[in-house]
Design a binder for this molecule. Sequence first.
Ligand code: NI
Ligand code: MN
Length: 227
Amino acid sequence: MSVKLTWWGHGCWLIEVEGQRIVLDPFLDASPTAPLKAAEVAADWILVSHGHFDHIADAGSIANRTGAGVVANFEICQWLAKQGVTRTLPMNLGGIQRLPFGQVQMTLAFHSSQLPDDSYGGNPGGFLLTVAERRLYFACDTALFSDMQRLADRPVDLAVLPIGDLFTMGPDDALEAVKLLSPRAVAPSHYNTWPPIAQDAEAWAQQVRDASDAVVHVPAPGQSFTL
Ligand code: NI
Ligand code: MN
């Protein structure tokens, strides 16, 4: 069973596996680089890493229209429930949920998590997905931290890492993250949405290839690759 990944710009990814469509950090209608609008999204599950607008903006509307289950921290699930989202699956750092497509662990992230209306958004997180016998790590918005190395206790099949800098780690620290994780494949995320996080992803990909054995995927917004 393969896993198909599609980048929808910024930190938003579609993961297709086991016939399920999982949308991570939906930010489409207000994103200058998104290849589609929230109203066009079909989703079975939505994962939200933290409360910032550029990760949660379209979660409520997609969940309410599609009935997708929303996986997020407890505080974000409570906030979405107040907006009418009925199927929330709250969790917190370190926890694992076993879902029809595989398992989801919420991992550490060093960032912040205020919600768009200034509500408390709990702790920010990343996600380690174990799907189709593969381990996919979405660091989401975070600085580099050495405990990432713990994830490499078992093989990491894909690491999706922010490279935009300024609000997250930048290209140099993302290269260090690759060295800690030793992933089989890597993809950059959270860049080129706006000028302050513009990066040369192809140059970064070459640095990763020179420094590791990882296969590097650099999709344009709307493009896919398969594991
Ligand atoms: Ni953020
Ligand atoms: Mn962000």
